[in-house]
Design a protein. Structure first.
Ligand SMILES: C[S@@+](CC[C@H](N)C(=O)[O-])C[C@H]1O[C@@H](n2cnc3c(N)ncnc32)[C@H](O)[C@@H]1O
Length: 262
């Protein structure tokens, strides 16, 4: 597969990292990622449906079913890191009872703006809060959330190890962390189809829908640069999570990683 080396958790000052297939200084990556999501924010949700042929909904629903927000009025507070336009948070509060609420933390004001509009439209503005924040230094108190999620967001964060440690810090003991991210296709034949689809079709589709092929070129490249599930599990353990596990979904296109703060 194209571009199959990774940088796993190298966060030293002056170190290099990947922006898609390009090697860039660690300090430069966030600005480049921010440009991508500012550019696509308005069309982000539509593109998600088109690119994944609706599958992202199935993957997110599976994540919410693993979260199991209480149906009762028992308080359950979710932190959805790199939560973008709010998809996972909306699904969680809709699945939970009246005590379930969510905070969407994202570095990008454009994505959060779309999310706030969606929350109003869905009548969920009083249960889903949007906070502009960097995953690497979350502006929340220690032990203040029952669960934390990050869906298709962690690979965009330059220092993934810091973001994971921050998620652990804000979780209450016993709180669970779920990371939904693209992974390694492990079905012979599907890998070639998936590669062709990703590199030949998605950037063109992105150009048609958002006018921006480059952002989608980055997105497909960044998927290939994301560490394999074993290496990401090590990163979660290194951040202090226990009972770390992962479940491949749809032939390994995506994996649902999980861990617990003990
Ligand atoms: C592919 S989108 C995922 C959005 C949402 N979780 C979903 O599943 O639809 C990735 C998100 O990561 C956010 N992001 C990138 N770097 C970040 C950082 N350092 N801290 C917080 N959010 C970040 C982007 O702004 C973008 O909204």
């Amino acid at each position: 597969m194209a571009g199959d080396t990774q940088v796993v958790g190298d966060t030293q000052q002056g170190a290099d990292t990947h922006f898609g297939f390009r090697t860039v200084p660690l300090e430069a990556k966030q600005r480049m990622v921010d440009e991508v999501f500012h550019s696509v924010a308005r069309r982000y949700d539509l593109m998600n449906d088109l690119m994944s042929m609706g599958l992202h909904r199935v993957w997110k629903d599976l994540l919410v079913s693993r979260l199991r927000p209480p149906k009762s009025d028992r308080a359950f507070r979710l932190l959805d890191v790199a939560g973008g336009t709010g998809d996972v948070s909306f699904r969680t509060v809709e699945a939970g009872g009246p005590g379930t609420s969510a905070v969407v933390a994202d570095i990008n004001g454009g994505m959060l703006g779309v999310g706030r509009e969606r929350a109003q439209g869905l009548g969920l503005a009083d249960r889903v809060e949007f906070v502009e924040a960097n995953a690497e230094s979350l502006p929340f108190a220690d032990k203040s959330f029952d669960a934390a999620t990050v869906a298709f967001g962690i690979r965009n964060v330059p220092r993934m190890d810091k973001a994971l440690a921050e998620m652990r810090r804000v979780l209450k003991p016993g709180g669970r962390c779920f990371v939904l991210e693209f992974s390694r296709v492990d079905v012979p034949g599907l890998d070639a189809i998936y590669d062709a689809y990703s590199f030949k079709l998605i950037p063109g589709m992105g150009k048609l829908v958002t006018g921006d092929a480059e952002s989608y070129q980055y997105l497909v490249e960044s998927i290939r640069k994301f560490p394999p599930p074993e290496a990401f599990a090590d990163l979660m353990r290194g951040a202090g999570f226990r009972r770390v596990a992962w479940q491949p979904l749809t032939g390994g296109i995506v994996a649902l990683h999980s861990g617990v703060r003990i």
